[in-house]
Design a protein around this ligand. Structure first.
Ligand code: SAH
Length: 423
């Protein structure tokens, strides 16, 4: 979501004739696009702001956008008086106001809903992977999560708006579409004729565009994984055989405290149904360890589910108490030390899953999407249909963005392959 917001901000500034620089001392405008999901991310923002304050030109405008801006509000100006603007995740389209009025201070952390989508200029150039938001905000109230506060109530964008963005992305360079939403599979839009559109309808429409060769979406809420969506994994070959469906914990007791779906059998049934229609599908998850009151037994259940579902490509975090959330006020907060030990154990399991899956790919041929050159410049990095990184030696001739690659080696973190020459 933040990558998307960053791309839109950059595109908007380019239409005003601005160019990008990596050098803070050179910049006339410095924007920190921020995440508030965990405290560590928020702290990093303030240390970065301190560094920027010292390195920037006197005349340069600087400020923060995104969720830390929304969380801090006017306090941000108190902490860093030189800041020129503080704009929430739904008001960054107002950035030009500060460029036009550099002597003012701009604070806007309103929840504007979908307004920004109407205000932002269309992208004229899209990277190979296009992020397309289908909704703003989230109505699930997971007790640890600051997102409903920072991004507001869930609103699905009109079907035609999402499809227009998708067509524009296809026409301006995209090969892969990633539909985005905090609760992406809960997407639901009812038009003026009373027709209901779901995420499966968006996928079907995107798949009809010849330029688009891969489709994925993130992040999914388990109980929103309805049968129409499960079935489309069987019928739509452009949909990647890979699904991020966070479970967060393997303990029903902790899941209840998190206000998350706590029926593990229902979750496992969804995975089984997906495997039935798409036998090669792989699932990834996000996990939180050390949620308030989590015991060793609760944590053991998380390890067990991680092993059982054989999640690949997953994310794991130490629970971080956040303002405006119910869990921050719960009793029996877990010590940092216990959180660290549990995280290490879970990561060992997730790494083992990933290594096993990567090794099982050796010998396979996969259609992969080009991502970038590696640091040495001698190799190219591709993404497999499971979002693994696959490294190949850079060929002499120019190559297409999609390549069939034979996997020849693997380790925990990536695959190595050879481009299969087309006859
Ligand atoms: N709606 C998104 C949430 C984005 S946050 C989703 O369902 O994925 C991404 C991940 O950060 C969450 O899945 C969760 O694992 C983690 N997270 C959220 N709040 C957290 C907190 N307070 N402490 C630690 N991890 C958190």
């Amino acid at each position: 979501m933040n990558v998307y917001d960053g791309q839109r901000i950059a595109a908007m500034l380019k239409t005003r004739g601005m160019v990008e620089t990596d050098n803070v001392a050179d910049a006339d405008l410095i924007i920190l696009n921020t995440c508030a999901v965990r405290e560590k991310a928020t702290n990093k923002v303030y240390s970065a702001l301190g560094r920027i304050r010292r390195a920037k030109k006197e005349s340069a405008l600087f400020g923060i956008v995104g969720c830390v801006a929304r969380e801090s509000g006017a306090d941000a100006f108190k902490r860093i008086p030189e800041l020129n603007f503080v704009l929430g995740p739904q008001s960054y389209h107002k950035l030009p106001e500060i460029i036009d009025n550099p002597d003012t201070k701009l604070l806007n952390i309103d929840l504007g809903g979908l307004e920004k989508f109407d205000e932002l200029p269309q992208m004229t150039q899209t990277p190979l992977v296009a992020y397309i938001p289908v909704q703003e905000g989230c109505n699930h109230c997971c007790t640890y999560c600051i997102v409903p506060y920072t991004r507001g109530r869930e609103i699905s964008r009109p079907f035609n708006d999402v499809i227009n963005d998708t067509i524009n992305a296809a026409n301006t360079g995209a090969i892969e579409i990633c539909f985005l939403g905090q609760n992406v599979n809960g997407y639901q839009y009812i038009d003026e004729n009373g027709t209901t559109y779901r995420l499966s309808d968006l996928i079907r429409a995107a798949a009809q565009l010849p330029e688009i060769q891969r489709i994925r979406f993130t992040s999914s809420y388990p109980t929103e994984m309805t049968d129409d969506l499960i079935e489309i994994f069987g019928t739509e070959k452009k949909l990647l055989p890979f699904l991020n469906m966070p479970i967060q914990s393997g303990s029903p007791r902790i899941l209840k405290l998190m206000n998350r779906p706590d029926d593990l059998n229902a979750y496992k049934t969804i995975v089984e149904k997906l495997k039935r229609v798409r036998p090669d599908i792989q699932i990834s998850s996000d996990f939180i360890v050390g949620f308030p009151d989590e015991t060793d037994e609760d944590f053991a259940e998380t390890l067990r589910i991680a092993r059982e579902i054989k999640y690949i490509n997953s994310y794991s975090f130490k629970y971080s108490p956040r303002p405006h959330t119910a869990a921050a006020l719960m009793k029996n907060q877990i010590s940092e030390q216990i959180k660290s030990v549990r995280l290490q154990k879970l990561d060992a399991q997730l790494n083992e899953n990933q290594r096993e899956f990567n090794m099982s790919c050796i010998g396979a041929e996969m259609l992969c999407l080009y991502e970038s050159a590696d640091k040495t410049g001698k190799n190219l990095v591709f993404r497999t249909p499971y979002m693994q990184q696959c490294i190949v030696a850079k060929p002499d001739q120019k190559i297409a963005s999609m390549q069939k690659i034979k996997i020849i080696d693997a380790n925990k973190s990536c695959l190595h392959g050879e481009i299969i020459k087309s006859e």
